[in-house]
Design a protein. Sequence first.
Length: 167
Amino acid sequence: MRRSDAIAQLQADARIYGRCPVCEKDFPLGRALLFYAGALPPEAARTRVEARREDLQARAIALRERRRRASEGAMQKAIDVNVGMILERVAPVCDGFGSAPRDCRPLFDPIDYVVFNGLSLHGEVKSITFVDVKTGAGALTPRQRHIRAAIECGKVEWQEYSIEARP
């Protein structure tokens, strides 16, 4: 049996299926472009291979560009986060902060400051304020939103804890 006859028989038999290596779907071989691998492929096969090669090259270029942009974006994000952390620490001495710097006590996580308003000037606390410093497009985290909601609902308590000293 000649090779061309074998290929013709495979394509003519409706019971014979192939499986696409990309999408893994079965298809009748009659719809496939079959040829003997040892010979020059038909023009239609060469065209498809060249189109696929060009598509893969375009995808590789696009992937390299996405990686480059992601790397630049990650670097800028790291810089923004570090600058934000520095600004959080110096915020109480910045103009417009709204509280006396000496009244501020840093926590930094999950909220940046607890401010004891009036403590440094009057020696007594007029009120207590929780402050979180944001820079740029920074927004409250889900944990910070929960804390804010608890404060706004008055779910704030005082608690003392005594430790017995050992002799």
